[in-house]
Each structure stands twice: as C-alpha cells, then as structure tokens.
Write a protein that binds this ligand. Structure first.
Ligand code: SD4
Length: 340
C-alpha cells in the first residue's frame, strides 16, 4: 500500500514531468518547443510579448481577436468597481451582442437543422458556477448562466428548462430565427451537408475570458454557438465546468476554445489548473494540457484547441495545437505559440 506521502508525491506534477508531457507530444508529431509569434506569422498586431508575461490587476484575458472588445468591456466594468464576475459577464455580453464572425450570440450560424443553439458558463474562484447549454432564443446566455449560479441550487440547465428559467427571470426568449446571412450560408451548406472542421476557420470561434479584479478575485466565462452545422442537441466544452472553463483560488484559472469534443475528453481547463496547483507556471500548464489533448485525440492536424491560463500573480499562459490562435491581454492582441 503506498503511504499518504507517496500518494501526494505521485499527485504532484513536477516541472520536469510537465515538460516531459510536452516532449512526448512532440515525439508523437506535435512539433517541439513553442515558437514565438513572430516566427508563426507575419500578421501585424499580435505580439509574442504577452506570453509568460506578468499582468498587473485588474487583468482581462480573452480568446481570439474579439477578445479585444470583450476585454474593453470587462476592463470598463472593473474600472467602475465591478468584480471579476461582472467583468467576464460584461465582456462576454459585448461579443454576444456583436459578433461579426457569427460564432457567438443569436446572429450565429445554426446547427444542421437550422437552429441557433447556444452554450455558456461562468465561474467564480470560490467554486460557484452557472452554465446553460442547448439554449435557443436568448440574447445573452452568459447572463442566464450567471442567474443559474446565483438563483438556483444547480450548476447546469439545458434546453427548454433553461429557456423556461429565463422567462421566469423576465428574460425575453425569442422565437427561432436566423439572420439573413446565417440563413443564406446554411442553405448553401445544405447543398452538400458536409461538416469537416477546418483549422481556425471552423467558423465557431468562442469567446472565453478570465478576469482578475483589484481585490484579487478571479472569474472565468465562456459563450458560444458551438460548431456550425453541428447535430441538433450537440454541446461542446464551453458550458462544462472543468472542460471549457475552470478557476480555483488560490491557484488560478484556465479557458479553452476550439474543437470541444477534444477538450471534453480531457477536461482541458481543469487539467491546466491542476498542473498549476502542482507547481507549473500558467505557460507550462497550457502546454501540459494541450499535450494531453493531443495525446488523447489522435492526429493533431485535424483540429485546433487554444488554451489560456492566468494565476494570481498575473502570470499569463497561452498555447494552442495549431498556429493561428490569437488572444487578447487587455488592449494587446497576441498570437499564441503552438505545438505544431
Ligand atoms: C465548441 N469549443 O462548442 C466550442 C467552440 C469554440 O472556437 O471554441 N470555437 O466546441
């Protein structure tokens, strides 16, 4: 029988082990050490400087280019005395209200049956969480998720039940409707009815956020329409605590974006936070989690996952399976290093 101490030692992920997992993924064909953003792309704007950098609170960190408007809304909320939870809610709402990528909010591309179904999660670093999945007609699923957290004894409500709860809270639930552009694209898709995720242009770029407020509280949030032309009823990682989002004081938080099935199989965000708990930096934690995702999901040329992590010292981590994952730290856009 291993002693308690042995067990603790087993659970402790050393820095060498963390890097070992990354090395194993590299050996499996995922490339080697992360390269800098400047090596990855000549695109203007994104800078490698944010990776591994120290950010002083208040901090807003968010996925993809639309992380910039999300962070602006989040930082405005923090500047007005809001909490980290207020900040991620405000940031996610900004993208839900206006997402030119058609990947978040009611203007999104639909599932294969022509319905826009939305997923969202919000989590505080004391373990409180609220999530909604497979919700239709709700303009701000992130706020509905927060209401689940604050007004129910539950963590996750889905589908019609979540919509009924929204109505009971005075939220308008709109009838199913596609925007003219979403309708046009869906009808075009119907001609071939083929769904194949294409790296970084899957047209399902989620907004996931982490915020750290001046009082040292951290929160995470995510909101998405999931995969375009997914099966009706499909739910990804974004509204699942531990998969798309996880935050736990006094360790830190992590968030994911990309092909949700690959993250669900590994509970990617939880994996990264637990790596930090065991001593990894946020950057090492992201690399560790991405390496595990690759190890569990086969051929990494077929999908993208981007991960961000943040600790209470304001250290930032960012890593992705493929090149091309952009994220925003405050008002700065950066390009994450990647395994390939
Ligand atoms: C999902 N992870 O539903 C989400 C989609 C996403 O960038 O993050 N796209 O699988």
């Amino acid at each position: 029988m291993p002693s308690k101490r042995d067990k603790r030692a087993e659970m402790t992920l050393t820095r060498r082990q963390t890097l070992g997992v990354v090395a194993a993924a590299a050996a499996a064909g995922c490339g080697t050490a992360p390269r800098s953003a400047s090596e990855k792309s000549s695109a203007p704007g994104p800078s490698p400087a944010a990776v591994g950098r120290l950010a002083r609170p208040p901090v807003a960190l968010a996925t993809w280019d639309h992380g910039l408007p999300a962070n602006a809304a989040a930082l405005a909320r923090l500047g007005a005395g809001g909490t980290a939870l207020d900040a991620v809610e405000a940031g996610c709402r900004a993208v839900e209200a206006d997402c030119p990528d058609m990947t978040v909010g009611l203007g999104s591309r639909p599932d294969r049956d022509g319905f826009v179904t939305l997923d969202a999660a919000i989590m505080a670093d004391d373990g409180r969480a609220g999530c909604v999945a497979f919700v239709q007609g709700v303009a701000h699923p992130i706020s509905l998720a927060r209401l689940v957290m604050e007004k129910t004894p539950h963590v996750l409500l889905v589908g019609r039940g979540a919509e009924e709860f929204a109505r009971a809270e005075g939220i308008i639930v709109h009838p199913p409707r596609l925007t003219a552009e979403a309708d046009r694209q869906w009808r075009e898709w119907l001609r071939e009815r083929r769904y194949e995720p294409v790296i970084n242009i899957e047209n399902h770029d989620t907004i996931s956020m982490l915020a750290l407020d001046a009082q040292g509280r951290m929160a995470a949030g995510s909101t998405t329409s999931g995969l375009a032309y997914k099966m009706h009823g499909r739910v990804g990682d974004s509204p699942i605590v531990g998969a798309g989002v996880f935050v736990d004081a006094p360790v830190g938080g992590a968030i994911c974006t990309g092909l949700g099935e690959t993250v669900l199989r590994t509970l990617g965000a939880h994996l990264a936070v637990e790596a930090m708990r065991a001593g990894a930096t946020p950057q090492e934690a992201c690399e560790h989690a991405i390496a595990r995702i690759v190890a569990k999901n086969g051929d990494p040329s077929r999908y993208q996952v981007g991960m961000l992590a943040l600790d209470y010292e304001g250290r930032v981590g960012a890593f992705a399976v493929q090149p091309g994952f952009t994220y925003a730290l405050g008002a700065e856009l950066a390009r994450a290093p990647s395994a390939r």
